[in-house]
Ligand binder design. Structure first.
Ligand code: FBP
Length: 568
């Protein structure tokens, strides 16, 4: 075998030159944890901040143990923990969609638990917890997965633990493995689940009557788990948006080179448009639709099409028959008339599931037409077949439409094409569609996500060794060294009506119309439409000056003076 062939084979199974180098990347730690090469657990004390929501009274009644223990008070780190517990058995799991940096959370927890405690990985996600599928995580595992993207070390899933049976299974897993604590790394729904589990496992799990601690860690590329200065952003958002921004920057460069194409790019992010606004701020394309603005202004599908078509015509008049349109994944549900249609469809499909499933594809549309109001029946009939098919496709396990499957980008291209032809038939309009989603969720974490998640892991582990339960780990002050804190999960819960039932939920943080990021975007977008002012952020960097960039929307919203972040 040639020397080169031998070298190439050594690179298999996560050992590319990049992957080998990135494992050696040193990670900074917040001063509270001490030296970067030997971080120590911190203890926590009550801060002066108490959290409440409109439903705090109901929360206190349903989560009496958690609320009594935390008083819904935010915890701040209070120096090295000289009395850190020993002998703890801790399980960690991923929940929901993958996000870059998850592996570093696990590494941070393992590091701070040290030799005196045991860390178990749960495979895969909440389902693994129900099945009791645990294995011990070693130091060698940590060396292997540190700074790598994805959740492949443990796997993940979207099981929601809600039935009595499922709670009993979790308890059985805790007893079987003699667990003292569980760390749930997830988004808004998963952290809601963590709050419910913390209350359920508060006491009476073990023979001596004690409970099992539950700690949440904020993850999601969607960026919709944000709590003001307490949690400026969830992890994974920075990596995903930098990957999308590089791709969009490349496409923008192509449009100005080939001078003949429009590109309609749908960006992942199930509901909120944080991803879309961040990528717009990074790349400055001709048009970016923000779903929350569409809802606020009650814009119809036709008016969105008109807005894009007018930009196409305006730019063509200046000799630019090219451009990029960014579309948030969740747009369709924010367009008022589509939202009403989808709600009525969800209802109709929930009631006649078996009858509907037995129908041939052609008959499905006719079947639901009969169940809809006249306006919605008309709207459904006006949509192209490829959209109707997706609107009538199987719902997810929560009964929701799978919005990522709806080709909104193609629908807009077709409608804009027709509209441009009416406005001015001489204007050329040749368009391509893209969906950037899964490409961004599992890339190697940016330095921001790598450092942030490692410190989140150190914080989560410290909370366990300090005997805390029912908190979400966070790092505040991301531009001034970073400070470990803990948010009481019950202080975030609201009641929402979902699928005909009242449920406790952590509300999704949507893009606010008066946020500094939105205000800045609005102040610049007309110029970006009228001219090619785009910029290409390039590939994300782990070494050198451009490695130290936080997301632009986060910098704007948190009033940072610059784009630089500073941890440690
Ligand atoms: P989480 O909120 O669970 O992190 O998931 C985010 C996400 O990437 C969304 O942006 C997207 O709509 C969804 O997951 C897609 O996941 P799936 O393929 O499981 O539907």
């Amino acid at each position: 075998m040639s020397t080169l062939a031998g070298q190439l084979q050594k690179m298999e199974a996560h050992n590319s030159i990049f992957e080998s180098a990135v494992r050696q990347l040193p990670l900074p730690v917040c001063a509270a944890f001490g030296a970067a090469d030997g971080p120590q657990a911190v203890s926590f004390a009550n801060s002066s901040r108490v959290l409440s929501t409109k439903d705090s009274d109901s929360v206190a009644k349903s989560f009496p143990n958690s609320v009594q223990a935390s008083g819904n008070v935010v915890l701040s780190s209070a120096g090295a923990n000289t009395k850190a517990a020993q002998g703890k058995r801790v399980a960690v799991l991923f929940s929901g969609g993958p996000a870059s940096g998850g592996h570093n959370v696990v590494c941070g927890i393992k590091r701070v638990l040290g030799k005196g405690n045991t860390l178990f990985g749960v495979k895969p996600g909440p389902k693994g917890l129900l099945l009791g599928n645990l294995f011990e995580i070693t130091d060698a595992d940590v060396g292997n997965v540190i700074n790598t993207g994805g959740f492949d070390f443990l796997g993940t899933d979207r099981t929601k633990i809600k039935s009595d049976d499922q709670f009993a299974q979790v308890k059985a897993t805790c007893v079987k493995h003699n667990l003292d604590a569980i760390v749930v790394i997830g988004g808004d729904d998963s952290n809601t689940n963590a709050a419910v589990l913390a209350e359920f496992l508060f006491k009476g799990v073990k023979a001596d009557g004690s409970g099992v601690q539950v700690i949440g860690v904020p993850k999601t590329i969607d960026g919709d788990l944000q709590i003001g200065d307490l949690l400026p952003i969830s992890f994974g958002f920075d990596t995903a948006t930098k990957i999308y921004s590089e791709m969009v920057g490349n496409i923008l460069q192509d449009t100005r080179s080939s001078l003949k194409y429009w590109h309609f790019i749908k960006l992942m992010g199930r509901s909120a448009s944080h991803v879309a606004i961040e990528v717009a701020l990074q790349t400055k394309p001709a048009v970016t639709i923000i779903s929350e603005e569409v809802a606020e202004k009650k814009q119809s599908l036709a008016s969105i099409v008109e807005q894009i078509a007018q930009t196409v015509v305006l730019r063509s008049g200046k000799g630019m028959n090219h451009g990029v349109v960014l579309i948030p994944e969740g747009l369709i549900e924010f367009i008022p008339e589509m939202n009403t249609l989808i709600a009525e469809l969800n209802d109709a499909l929930a009631h006649d599931t078996a009858e509907f499933a037995a129908l041939a594809d052609d008959a499905k549309s006719a079947f639901v037409q009969g169940k809809l109001s006249a306006d919605n029946a008309r709207l459904l009939a006006s949509l192209p077949d490829y959209v109707v098919r997706k609107l009538l496709a199987d719902r997810d396990s929560h009964g929701n439409l799978q919005v990522s499957l709806i080709p909104t980008e193609q629908l807009l291209v077709d409608m804009v094409k027709a509209r441009v032809k009416i406005i001015d038939a001489k204007v050329p309009f040749d368009a391509h569609c893209h969906f950037l989603g899964y490409e961004g969720r599992c890339g190697a974490p940016t330095l921001f996500d790598a450092a942030y998640t490692y410190n989140l892991g150190l914080t989560a582990g410290s909370l366990i060794l300090d005997g805390r339960t029912g908190y979400m780990a966070t790092i505040t002050g991301l531009t001034s060294g970073g400070s470990p804190q803990a948010i009481p999960l019950t202080g975030l819960l609201n009641i929402e009506r979902r699928h005909g039932q009242d449920e406790f939920v952590i509300e999704k943080a949507l893009v606010k119309m008066d946020s500094p990021a939105m205000t800045y975007f609005v102040s610049r977008r007309a110029d970006w439409s009228a001219d090619d002012l785009f910029s290409s952020p390039g590939p994300r960097q782990l070494w050198g000056t451009s490695a130290y960039q936080q997301p632009i929307s986060v910098a704007l919203n948190s009033g940072s003076g610059s784009l630089a972040f500073k941890i440690g």
